[in-house]
Design a binder for this molecule. Structure first.
Ligand SMILES: CC(C)(COP(=O)(O)OP(=O)(O)OC[C@H]1O[C@@H](n2cnc3c(N)ncnc32)[C@H](O)[C@@H]1OP(=O)(O)O)[C@@H](O)C(=O)NCCC(=O)NCCS
Length: 178
């Protein structure tokens, strides 16, 4: 190796690691950015957006209640809210929780935001003695990213109900044992 090559290697800048997402509880000021996020890329129907907002409002009205929300911020992403997760205890079960909704802002995807949200949620649930986390999602193409995501973070499919949402649109029940 020539001395100039060695110099080049030595002086090459270290790759800058991407900033870690900061996870925090939901605040009232998050409602408008979350509304914008839910309508951003047309993934969710009007009805789904309205249900998602109802859960957010429930979490704001009663912290630590039926619906809970964690919010992610990502330095440099240029958005007030990089993503959020909504979850809550599953009625009539012991230690089972539902992950109702998880969304990352399109400008912040692939940066570990959703993984960080789930990790923080799981840490909170373990501290509460939770055993299982259930997620229900659709097999339809629009949700392909979600399926890949759950597979990657070790949330396996536990059951499939064919044609559940409509003909050709199966329900996937995904379940993680904590
Ligand atoms: C699914 C979603 C939440 C993933 O968010 P994200 O912040 O980009 O995910 P992360 O960066 O934390 O990714 C975590 C892992 O999942 C993988 N992953 C995420 N999206 C993926 C995709 N589209 N295809 C393949 N793998 C993917 C990542 O590679 C990563 O794996 P690694 O940590 O081993 O490298 C995001 O794409 C989204 O908001 N989609 C629209 C809403 C939605 O479908 N929500 C779920 C149903 S409510």
């Amino acid at each position: 190796m020539s001395s100039s090559e060695t110099m080049l290697q030595r002086s090459a800048p270290h790759p800058v690691p991407p900033p870690a997402p900061a996870i925090r509880p939901l605040q009232l000021r998050d409602r408008a950015p979350l509304h914008q996020l839910l309508t951003k890329d047309g993934l969710f129907t009007r009805e789904e957006v309205s249900v998602a907002l109802e859960l957010i409002d429930g979490a704001l009205a009663e912290p630590g209640g039926e619906y809970r929300v964690l919010v992610a911020e990502l330095a440099g992403a240029g958005v007030p809210v990089a993503g959020y997760v909504c979850y809550g205890p599953t009625p009539m079960t012991e230690g089972t929780w539902d992950l109702y909704w998880i969304v990352t802002h399109p400008d912040a995807r692939g940066c570990g935001v959703a993984r960080a949200l789930v990790a923080r949620m799981e840490a909170e649930l373990r501290a509460l003695g939770a055993r299982l986390v259930r997620v229900e999602t659709s097999r339809l193409d629009g949700y392909g990213a979600a399926r890949a995501f759950y597979e990657r973070i070790d949330y396996p499919v536990a059951a499939v109900i064919p044609d559940f949402y409509k003909p050709g649109d199966d329900l996937l029940v995904i379940c993680k044992r904590l």
